[in-house]
Design a protein around this ligand. Sequence first.
Ligand SMILES: [Zn+2]
Ligand SMILES: [Zn+2]
Length: 421
Amino acid sequence: MHKQPCIRLPLQTGGGALGALFWTALTTVASFGAASFGLFMLSSMNREGESTGGLLVMSLIPALCSLGFGAATLAIRREFVRQRATDVEVDDRELRFVGGALGGTSIPWGEIESCTITTDSTRYVRTKTSRRTTTEYMDQLWLARRRSSPRLLAESLDAGEKASLGELRQAILGACQARGGRASEDEATQQPTSVLQCAACGSAVAAVEAAETACGSCGATVEFDPDTAERIRSAADLGRVTERLEEAIQRLLDQPPATSANRPLDLLGFLILAVPAAALGVSVLPGVGATGGLALLAVGVPFATGIAFLARLFVAERQALRALTAGMGARNPARAGEPPRCRQCGGTLLIRDRHVVAICLFCRAENLLGLDLRSALAAAQSHDYELGAILAKRQSQRRRAVAGLVACAVVTALALLAVIA
Ligand SMILES: [Zn+2]
Ligand SMILES: [Zn+2]
């Protein structure tokens, strides 16, 4: 059957970190504006032959601005560090974290007691529109461990990311239960009707594009009746439509880990602070003056904006990956040897060689194979997810980010040429 030894799930997409950097950039622009205004005043008064006392007072302005800027930046950077992109890698033994604040740590399944979500009401974002004000509080995903203190896994202010923290919690709980062997009691009493079964042993079997298949549990040959054969044919027809999407899905699933999304995010964080600071430094140098600082800004600002679009591109890919992994995965089999089931109705899936998308014979939902951690017990909550919608959203975000990236590259090149000339 379709088996992956290790599954990688996006724990934090990096969207929160990008948001924190956006606020850092705004603070920087405001402080930089105030500081350069102060410097401008200072130099014009200096020209008029002002007293040294006044000069001292005037030089306090940039100093105070820098101090305020530093304090605000420190506060926001803490948010940035906490919300950098993080992946969690899952295998039979443990949960491993890649990138972000938790990067490099691992927690064995045996240590995990439970997984909860709490809301921190002291941290929130308030959005005001003409009609109403909405407040989004910070949700935190905690892992309770035996013999040690609980661990903060992820946190987010974004409504979409918060929804998938809930899915992730389900996934971790499901995987814990499956490993503790307590998962299948309810499933047995549920007796699903839309499942193909082996006549010899009663185990569920997968649908394939053939007249018969071998039971994964006892090896007996299971022949498909005419009604099932018809369902297989129509699911296969539907599956052929998704074939062109499979390449895009495969690329999303194979995308590099969180550490590569953190690279442009970190570079952006550095540039937001370094470009204005360098410009300010250059403009007070004797013999260079304000023109030097402005030239540095003219090149540095579009370059940093380009890096922001690059980071946005990575984050959009990770958000699409998260939607796929949180919502599209086929349910794990109830017993070893059985095939995965439909995420929506628990029915039999049509499994095709070398395909990641499996169509349900009964409700015709698209399922991704080899992703889901939820035990068969956990209720399918994934009705809102639709493959086409996830990929279309990803496509439009991608297009916008690439357009921004290209525009910034052109502006940076032009500015560089102008400065050299
Ligand atoms: Zn059998
Ligand atoms: Zn189904």
